[in-house]
Design a protein. Structure first.
Length: 436
């Protein structure tokens, strides 16, 4: 089985991993250096004590009467070595190439006074014995059990505390470093020229403040550009209405003829297109209308009753029991555009309102018309795109109705999606945010 290591995807996890690995390696090197220095210091101290202690102990045993030596063995015993008044345990002669450092210390301490032999004692742990004879010929064995310098019992707790401190400092450092990026990403996600600009806080480290100022300036430039474009389009559309009106007045004084009718129809289409252009320009800046608390069920009932009073086949199903904070004129324009499209192509419209599991609201405008080809569902939201390719505005329209509806849906914080219904027809779903 092959295991592949993957680099973390988020910046926070990458920074955390780099910091933790770096700190742990630095801590390990520091601990290794300290432990090695402690080991060398303890070893030198123990070997120095070993030389002094062995020479003193053998001097004592050599001067004591033979019958009193056994009573002194317990007093002379140490943690790593003891004394035996016999030939010791059977073992193998010690190889010259594998001599423990304690052997050298013992030789330096008493080797010039007492002839020594060393043997390795078999067993799971390192164990050797030094054999010698006192001046009266009595055998003495130094039983040595080398061991590492024991760790202090508090050291693991200190290491765990240092590790916890490193993790906490890493988390804090990553949080401080990532927080401005997170705020910037959220601001970019919610950037909407149709809403009131939310300025980033320009306080903090130099780099963070500079990025915040740059984002706020970019946001202001985008808003100014869109406002200028809207004003330009609205001004052109408005100024076109005056010559169109003059041309219609002049056409009124023309003699009745087919050419007059054609000219009148063309002027009517131009006037309609200019009005739609103004409406589209205003829809891009739909945030100019103030938000109001609106009872959605009452709002939809009023809209449907208006259509029914005009003899239109518009029905409403479902209840939401929701009071939403929205721009009612923009919401009405969205639904009117969708209902008018349904009436135009199917002769009837069905409205269905429901509350989703996440608390958001859905208003669907459905019809049993010809529908739209799947590959054109996204394109029909674009300005001036018409599914009906004829030049007749009465059948194909201006191509701005759905574009206006989509812009206004975004302006009120919702979204508009189109889909074909099973059995034929189109479903336009307006999703509204969860009521506050």
């Amino acid at each position: 089985m092959n295991f592949a290591l993957h680099w973390p995807r988020t910046l926070a996890s990458r920074l955390s991993l780099i910091f933790l690995i770096g700190l742990i390696l630095a801590q390990a090197l520091s601990f290794g250096a300290q432990y090695y220095e402690r080991y060398e210091s303890a070893k030198n101290t123990m070997l120095g004590n070993l030389e002094t202690d062995v020479s003193t102990s053998l001097a004592i045993l050599d001067r004591l009467p033979a019958d009193e030596r056994a009573n002194w063995l317990q007093r002379l015993e140490r943690t790593n070595y003891s004394y035996l008044l016999n030939e010791g345990s059977p073992g193998t002669p010690m190889a010259a190439r594998d001599v423990p450092i304690a052997v050298t210390s013992i030789q330096d301490a008493i080797g010039h006074e007492y002839p020594l032999t060393f043997t390795d004692i078999p067993g799971p742990k390192k164990h050797f014995q030094a054999h010698l004879k006192l001046k009266d010929g009595s055998p003495v064995t130094i039983d040595v059990r080398p061991s590492m310098v024991p760790l202090s019992p508090w050291l693991p707790a200190v290491l765990l505390g240092q590790l916890a401190l490193m993790i906490a400092c890493t988390w804090l450092a990553v949080r401080i470093a990532i927080r401005p990026l997170t705020r910037l990403a959220q601001a970019v996600e919610t950037l909407d020229p149709n809403t009131h600009a939310i300025h980033l806080n320009e306080k903090g480290p130099t780099e963070v403040a500079y990025a915040a100022r740059a984002f706020n300036a970019m946001q202001a430039r985008i808003a100014a550009y869109l406002k200028e474009r809207m004003q330009l389009l609205a001004a052109i559309s408005h100024d076109l209405q005056t010559p169109i009106t003059r041309m219609k007045l002049r056409a009124e004084f023309m003699d009745d003829s087919s050419e007059k009718d054609k000219l009148w129809n063309d002027l009517g289409e131009m006037e309609h297109l200019v009005r739609e252009g103004v409406a589209y320009a205003r829809s891009i800046h739909g945030a100019t209308e103030e938000s109001r608390r609106t009872d959605l069920d009452s709002f939809l009932d009023s809209l449907v009753f208006d259509y029914q009073d005009m003899g239109k086949n518009v029905q409403l199903d479902g209840k939401s029991a929701a009071v939403i904070n929205t721009r009612p004129h923009a919401l009405r324009r969205v639904l009117v555009n969708l209902i008018d499209n349904a009436l135009k192509f199917a002769g009837a419209a069905e409205l269905w309102v429901e509350t989703k599991a996440d608390g958001s609201l859905s208003v669907k405008v459905m019809d049993r018309g010809p529908g739209i080809a799947e590959e054109e569902l996204a394109q029909v939201m674009e300005p001036f795109y018409r599914v009906e390719n004829s030049r007749n505005r009465s059948t194909g329209g201006t191509g701005l109705g759905l574009a206006i509806a989509q812009q206004l849906a975004l302006a009120i914080g919702g979204s508009l999606t189109l889909s074909n219904r099973e059995g034929g027809g189109l479903c336009a779903e307006l999703k509204l945010p969860k009521p506050q």
